[in-house]
Design a protein around this ligand. Sequence first.
Ligand code: UDP
Ligand code: MG
Length: 145
Amino acid sequence: MPAKQKRMSNRTFTMIKPDAFANGHSGAILDIIIKAGFRLVALKMTSLSEAKAGEFYAVHRARPFYGELVEFMSRGPIIAAILEKDNAVADFRKLIGATDPAKADPGTIRKLFAASLGENAIHGSDSDENALIEGDFFFSGLEKV
Ligand code: UDP
Ligand code: MG
């Protein structure tokens, strides 16, 4: 690859959302992610205050679903993780499926575990740039292995 060509990042960021966590799907979801070839770079169980959830989803602030999204994401524990694999962002979006589980492909994490467009079990970064920003939102350098 030419030196100047931008290399595709090999990391993405994910959260197992409060619905999937509360329904006991965290272990099954992590199993799917690991068996799909993603390496865990960092992993933690935590929860988001409304302020922190609002900050994480600030890009959606003007959308009609923002209030509900913030309420949902701060409702209970989540699992946050940084994942590594070639072509991580795109491959992970494929693994989780469409935002709306009704439109997600069979076998995807959202098809398997999500109940609705809003409560859709899992987050996946949409770009290399956001993967970095989102990973740094949750993890310090010391927590990345
Ligand atoms: N969302 C929602 N209603 C919508 C679109 C999105 O409640 O019409 C929620 C849903 O939880 C989604 C999150 O907002 O995962 C972020 O939306 P985005 O369009 O970034 O979807 P994603 O990247 O998560 O697939
Ligand atoms: Mg998104």
